[in-house]
Design a protein around this ligand. Structure first.
Ligand SMILES: NC(=O)c1ccc[n+]([C@@H]2O[C@H](COP(=O)([O-])OP(=O)(O)OC[C@H]3O[C@@H](n4cnc5c(N)ncnc54)[C@H](O)[C@@H]3O)[C@@H](O)[C@H]2O)c1
Length: 257
């Protein structure tokens, strides 16, 4: 129970296939009390049913994670109702479909900004707002989700790769800024998983097939396995780790051809 007594906010749960759900399962089984944010008031009932297995959890609508005023309002409410947090998981990303289907060179200015705003700036905003509102306990841990497309070209990942590169650089700068207060910042680079977001990536199925063929462990990862790595990063077991991107991809990233 390495998260016993810890209160963790998980941002970005959508359905039972979400990586956020796998993280929630692992964190809950390891003793954490959970809070969630999700998109869309109309999804309230669905999310409450989905999270009902996590006893004592609460969910909050957060429609636009890259907008300062929206995050401030939701975080203020979360703090008022729950007090300080021991960890935040950021599992949020988005790019326009056309920017994942066309060649990268055709990415529009709007599409480029949108992907970086929602998928990278939102993590910086999460960290800053949590600090400004004094929401974080000493030794709190912030964790985000990234992907190998940040450093390698994967057809169809396109502008999302650029956004993940920005996110990974943001992890390092935030780790430096917050380290003096004992707050750690890390990312989990998950192997490909069939989630609703992943469906937007052209030919995603072939990425899954290649990973199964080439990863040293010859299989794809599950959301619970990714969740276990996030749980480790949220726990004191990882107290010497900050500013890192830890791969949870069955080793695929070490391979050449
Ligand atoms: N599925 C994969 O193969 C994979 C691999 C590595 C990393 N990741 C990352 O994991 C994270 C979670 O994605 P997932 O695959 O579980 O898919 P998902 O669709 O289940 O989750 C994505 C979440 O982002 C939220 N979101 C999108 N735009 C938002 C906005 N403007 N404001 C607030 N929330 C917004 C969605 O509502 C959803 O809950 C993402 O950062 C994704 O890039 C996914």
């Amino acid at each position: 129970m390495i998260l016993e007594g810890k209160k963790i906010l998980i941002m970005g749960i959508r359905n039972k296939w979400s990586i956020a759900y796998g993280i929630a399962k692992s964190a809950y089984e390891n003793g954490a009390k959970l809070l969630f944010t999700y998109v869309g008031e109309e999804n309230k009932q669905k999310i409450e049913e989905l999270t009902s297995e996590f006893k004592g959890s609460k969910s909050y609508v957060l429609d636009e994670a890259s907008q300062d005023d929206v995050v401030k309002e939701v975080f203020t409410k979360i703090k008022e109702e729950n007090g300080k947090l021991d960890g935040i998981v950021h599992a949020i990303a988005h790019a326009f479909t056309e920017d994942l289907h066309n060649d990268f060179i055709f990415t529009s200015k709007e599409g480029y900004s949108h992907a970086c705003d929602v998928s990278a700036y939102s993590f910086v905003l999460t960290a800053r707002m949590a600090k400004e509102l004094d929401m974080l306990n000493e030794n709190a841990s912030l964790v985000t989700l990234t992907y190998h497309g940040s450093t390698k070209v994967l057809e169809g990942y396109n502008v999302m790769g650029v956004a993940k590169a920005a996110l990974e650089a943001s992890i390092r700068y935030l780790a430096d800024n917050l380290g003096k207060e004992g707050i750690r910042v890390n990312g989990v680079s998950a192997g490909p998983i069939k989630t609703l977001s992943a469906k937007g990536i052209k030919d995603f199925g072939s990425i899954l097939t290649v990973v199964e063929q080439k990863a040293p462990l010859h299989k794809n990862v599950t959301t619970t396995q990714v969740g276990n790595v996030a749980t480790f990063l949220l726990s004191e077991m990882s107290e010497a780790i900050t500013g890192q991107v830890i791969y949870a991809d069955n080793g695929y990233n070490i391979m050449g051809v």
